[in-house]
Design a protein around this ligand. Structure first.
Ligand SMILES: Cc1ncc(COP(=O)(O)O)c(C=O)c1O
Length: 366
C-alpha cells in the first residue's frame, strides 16, 4: 500500500498533552486562566513586542486590529492580491474596502511599487502578508506609511518566527496578527494573536475583544464589542508549541534544504525565495513551474496524489473572487503566478526518505 503524505499535519508531543491536561484538570476551561497569560507573555517575548493579545483565530484578529485602529466604512485598506481570502474579508467586515495590490515577482509578497500606485485619499492602512513564510519588504512599506500617514498591520498568519533584517515579523508595523490554525507553524487548533508595541492599541483591542465591557463598571457597555477570546485549553496547547518553536522552524528549514537538493537542476521550476535580508520559515514548501497553467497543474497534482503525495494549489488572487471581481481589473504578476504554483508536503514530521520519495516522483512527472 502506498503511504499517504499530507501537505500538513501538526506536531504534538507529550509536552502539549501534559499542558492541555493540566488546563482541563484546573477547571479553567474558558478564556481566563494561567495559560492565557503565560502564552501571551512568552509570545510577546518571542516576537519582541511589548504586548501580545490572544484571539479566537487569525481572521478575527485582523478584524479586531482594524476596528481598534478606527478603520470603518468609507476607508480603503491595501492588501496583496495573492493571499488567503481572510486578509481581504477582515477589511470588508469593518465596512472598509480592500484594494488589491499586485505582488512582487521574486518574494510573492505585496509589491511596494504597486502599493504607491493604489494609494488614494481614502487609504488608511496597508496589510502586508508574509506569504508562505517569507517576509514582505518592510522598510519601504514603513517609509510609505510614514509619508502618507497610514497604519501597517502585518499579517503573520504564515510566518511565525520569520525575520526581516534580523527583526521578527509582526514587530515592525503598528501591529501584527498571527493564526494558530492546525496547519500553521505552531497551532492551538483554532486561534490567533495580535502583537504590538502600542499600549493604547493593545488596551483598545483587549476591551473590544471582551464585548467592550467597562473596566470600572461590570456589565456596562458603551459600544459594540465582540467575543473574540481564546480559551485557556487552547493557550496551554499554544504555550507547549511555543516552547518548541525554534526546533520546529529549524526542522522546516532543513526540510526545505532537502527539497532544494532533491529538485536541483530541474528545468523550469522555482522553489521558495529567500532574499538576502530575510529569514524564511518555509511554512509551506512551494514549487512554481514556468510552463504550468491551471489544467497542467491540476493534472500534475493528480499524478502526485496517485502516488500518495498530497499537494495544494497556490491561492487564487482575491480580486478574482465573485465578491471582489471588477470588470477589466487585473494584477499581472498575481494573475500569472497563482496558476503555476503548488504547495508540497511541508510537515515537521517529514523524514529525509519522505522528501527523497517526493522529489523522485516529481522528477518522474516533470
Ligand atoms: C495569510 C492569512 N491570513 C489570515 C489567515 C486567517 O487565519 P485563521 O484561519 O486563523 O482565521 C490565514 C490562515 O488561515 C492566512 O493564511
Amino acid at each position: 500500500m502506498i503511504k499517504f503524505i499530507p501537505v500538513s499535519e501538526p506536531t504534538i508531543t507529550e509536552k502539549e498533552i501534559e499542558y492541555v491536561m493540566q488546563a482541563v484538570k484546573s477547571g479553567w476551561v474558558s478564556s481566563l486562566g494561567e495559560y492565557i497569560n503565560r502564552f501571551e507573555d512568552e509570545f510577546a517575548k518571542f516576537v519582541g513586542t511589548k504586548y501580545a493579545l490572544t484571539v479566537a483565530n487569525g481572521t478575527v484578529g485582523l478584524h479586531l486590529a482594524l476596528v481598534s485602529l478606527g478603520i470603518k466604512e468609507g476607508d480603503e485598506v491595501i492588501v496583496p492580491d495573492l493571499t488567503f481570502i481572510a486578509t481581504a474579508n477582515a477589511v470588508k467586515y469593518t465596512g472598509a474596502t480592500p484594494v488589491f495590490a499586485d505582488i512582487d515577482k521574486e518574494t510573492w509578497c505585496i509589491s511596494v511599487e504597486d502599493i504607491e500606485r493604489k494609494i488614494t485619499p481614502r487609504t488608511k492602512a496597508i496589510i502586508p502578508v508574509h506569504l508562505y513564510g517569507h517576509p514582505a519588504d518592510m522598510d519601504p512599506i514603513m517609509e510609505i506609511a510614514k509619508r502618507y500617514n497610514l497604519y501597517i498591520i502585518e499579517d503573520c498568519a504564515e510566518a511565525h518566527g520569520a525575520e526581516y533584517k534580523g527583526r521578527k515579523v509582526c514587530s515592525i508595523g503598528h501591529c501584527g496578527v498571527f493564526s494558530f490554525y492546525g496547519n500553521k507553524i505552531i497551532t492551538t487548533g483554532e486561534g490567533g494573536m495580535i502583537t504590538t508595541n502600542d499600549k493604547e492599541l493593545y488596551e483598545k483591542a483587549k476591551y473590544l475583544r471582551d464585548h467592550a465591557m467597562s473596566k470600572e463598571k461590570r456589565y456596562w457597555h458603551t459600544e459594540i464589542g465582540y467575543n473574540y477570546r481564546l480559551t485557556n485549553i487552547q493557550a496551554a496547547l499554544g504555550l507547549a508549541q511555543l516552547e518548541r518553536i525554534n526546533e520546529i522552524i529549524n526542522k522546516k528549514r532543513r526540510i526545505f534544504e532537502w527539497y532544494k537538493e532533491g529538485l536541483k537542476d530541474l528545468e523550469g521550476i522555482k522553489l521558495n525565495p529567500e532574499k538576502e535580508w530575510a529569514k524564511n520559515v518555509y511554512w509551506m514548501v512551494c514549487l512554481v513551474h514556468e510552463n504550468f497553467d491551471e489544467e497542467k497543474r491540476e493534472r500534475f497534482m493528480k499524478e502526485l496524489k496517485n502516488k500518495g503525495i498530497d499537494t495544494r494549489p497556490f491561492f487564487y488572487p482575491c480580486s478574482m473572487m465573485p465578491m471582489y471581481k471588477k470588470d477589466g481589473f487585473i494584477n499581472p504578476v498575481s494573475y500569472e503566478i497563482y496558476k503555476k504554483g503548488i504547495n508540497l508536503p511541508s510537515s515537521y514530521n517529514l523524514t529525509f526518505d519522505d522528501v527523497s520519495y517526493i522529489c523522485r516522483t516529481i522528477r518522474e512527472f516533470i
